[in-house]
Design a protein around this ligand. Structure first.
Ligand code: FAD
Length: 514
């Protein structure tokens, strides 16, 4: 067990686990499973779960009790198939009996600024082009061709939405909604790798969790399979301000002045936290590490919640369409792509009927905008959209709320995305350990970045590696590779010739050093 400090010294432990999100808990569990119980988990928040975060919202008109809604992760994405591999998050969701419903993406109604407008078929057109994009991505990856944007891949597959806002909405639904970035900002190769590893390896189903105990119930319950009640190895509400690392140990200092010295540490802080200099590292992070941290990108995904009152007959205004079981409502704004595009009904059958909860999601620049402005300003904008979709007679909401992920100092964003042209080696630099300090979390996963299963498997991997070192199992105890220099793959100086349109004699002319 950890050794408490005597005057002027730090608490001693074998492993300091920084973060009590899915990744940190998976790491701690891996250590426990390897009979290592001397660890400390530290988190600035007062709960287990990190970005699996819920809050209470609105209230049940009959009981007066508030509902629980998820501000962060909401779906188990890619479940598993009979006899095939299963998503570990799905295994745990079943184990802990999380309430969830299959998201039926064909239960969709489409709208534009004049109300209902049938363009759901454009989603099918996107999917047709996507088949080519997938195949091309396979060629690019296996032949080591140059990566390119999803946009390029889609255009080559003849998907050209520029002149049609409805096509743009269909594209947002298919791409931005998943990656939190547009096709222009995402890697063709790695977006496909990411998609396939989840939806082809496991299954193409997404199940939406609306458990009233909160989605994090599964990870909290899992944590207490190896933690005792009030376990002193879990330090919540504890803010890490600096990390000193070397090849022998790691010392972690908290805002309250306390410190921990560990043989090993695993930092599971989000990519947003690493990018925003929240924690001071000593020595300063080497240049190669920074290429990894700054190379990956951190997206923002914002759910904006409304509770509406029912009409006299008990129904809600969005339930008057052709199909009252509709789960999704897609809006194509005439001017701005991604302007309050996808609404979801939590009142739909299989969810929380009668709740009147309706929410809309925005990402990227619309998230940054909405998160910077006041609740009232955003409410006015969304209500204007809803009136275009459903008419002027709709009621005002009785409750309204949304989180500000881009400004949350323990997250600084929602989840990561792979930008075009970033190499595997650059990503590996994000993942690689620095001496005894390891990195894990959603963003360090090549296969599942952005997903809960990425956070889980990366935490487990780091925990197993460190357990291997502590238990002297040499095959498990291996440093992660890192790359001092990331080389370009397609263009070398040798190719800077007039033949290739390069008419300048030397890079040195412009002050570049060799
Ligand atoms: C809005 C949103 C929607 C999402 N939707 C889905 C979805 O539907 N399906 C899906 O699979 N995934 C989804 N995700 C992604 C998923 O939530 C993440 O991949 C996963 O929760 C990340 O876990 P983690 O352990 O890597 O990081 P985190 O959960 O961020 O854990 C890191 C922990 O470190 C703590 N921390 C940070 N800085 C400090 C500090 N200085 N001192 C102490 N502690 C600190 C944080 O409090 C946090 O608890 C979504 C995420 C968001 C935000």
């Amino acid at each position: 067990t950890p050794v408490p400090p005597s005057n002027g010294t730090c608490t001693r432990t074998k492993v300091a686990i920084l973060g009590a999100g899915v990744s940190g808990i998976a790491a701690a569990q891996a250590l426990s499973n390897a009979s290592i119980s001397d660890f400390i988990i530290v988190d600035v928040n007062d709960y287990i779960g990190g970005r699996v975060k819920h809050t209470t919202f609105g209230k049940n008109a009959t009981t007066g009790q508030p509902y629980t809604v998820e501000l962060g992760a909401n779906w188990v994405q890619g479940l598993g198939s009979e006899g095939g591999p299963e998503n570990p998050i799905w295994t745990l969701a079943k184990k802990w009996g999380l309430t969830n419903t299959y998201s039926n993406y064909s239960m969709i109604q489409t709208y534009d600024e004049n109300g209902a407008a049938d363009f759901a078929g454009m989603i099918d057109d996107y999917e047709t082009a996507y088949t080519t994009v997938e195949q091309d991505a396979g060629t690019i990856l296996t032949q080591n061709y140059q990566d390119r944007t999803m946009r390029t891949g889609l255009s080559i597959a003849d998907w050209k939405p520029k002149k049609d806002v409805r096509k743009q909405a269909a594209e947002w639904w298919s791409c931005d909604w998943e990656y939190a970035y547009s096709p222009d900002q995402s890697s063709q190769t790695w977006s496909i790798v990411n998609y396939n590893d989840t939806f082809y390896q496991f299954s193409d189903e997404n199940n939406f969790v609306f458990d009233q105990r909160g989605f994090n119930y599964f990870i909290e319950s899992e944590a207490y399979t190896f933690l005792k009640p009030n376990d002193t190895r879990l330090r919540l509400s504890t803010n890490v301000t600096s990390i000193t690392y070397s090849s022998n140990s790691v010392t972690v200092t908290m805002a309250d002045g306390s410190c921990i010295t560990a043989d090993y540490a695993i930092c599971t802080f989000s990519l947003g936290v690493l990018q925003n200099d929240v924690v001071e590292f000593t020595p300063v992070l080497p240049a190669w590490k920074q290429t990894g941290i700054e190379g990956m990108q951190m997206g923002t995904y914002t759910k904006i919640f409304f509770q509406f009152p029912p009409a006299a007959d008990g129904t809600f205004f969005w339930e008057h369409g052709d199909d009252p079981t509709t789960q999704f409502f897609l809006y194509a704004d005439p001017i701005e792509r991604g302007w309050y595009p996808v609404f979801q009904s939590l009142s739909a059958p299989g969810f929380i009927p009668g709740s009147g909860i309706f929410f809309v999601t925005v990402v990227y620049s619309q998230s940054y905008r909405a998160e910077q402005q006041s609740d009232d300003a955003t409410k006015v904008e969304v209500m204007a959209v809803l009136r275009k979709m459903f008419g002027n007679d709709i009621p005002d909401p009785v409750d309204f709320m949304y989180p500000r992920w881009s400004m949350e100092p323990w997250a600084y964003g929602s989840y990561s995305n792979w930008p075009p042209g970033m190499s595997l080696e650059t990503h590996q630099n994000l993942r690689a350990n620095l001496g005894r300090l390891w990195f894990a979390g959603e963003a360090t996963s090549v296969s599942y970045f952005g997903f809960l299963q990425g956070a889980y498997t990366e935490g487990q991997t780091a925990g197993n590696a460190i357990a291997g070192c502590l238990n002297k199992k040499r095959t498990l105890c291996k440093n992660e590779a890192s790359y001092q220099v990331i080389r370009g793959c397609a263009t070398s100086e040798r190719q800077l010739t007039t033949n290739n349109g390069w008419y300048v004699s030397s890079m040195l002319t412009f002050g570049f050093e060799e």
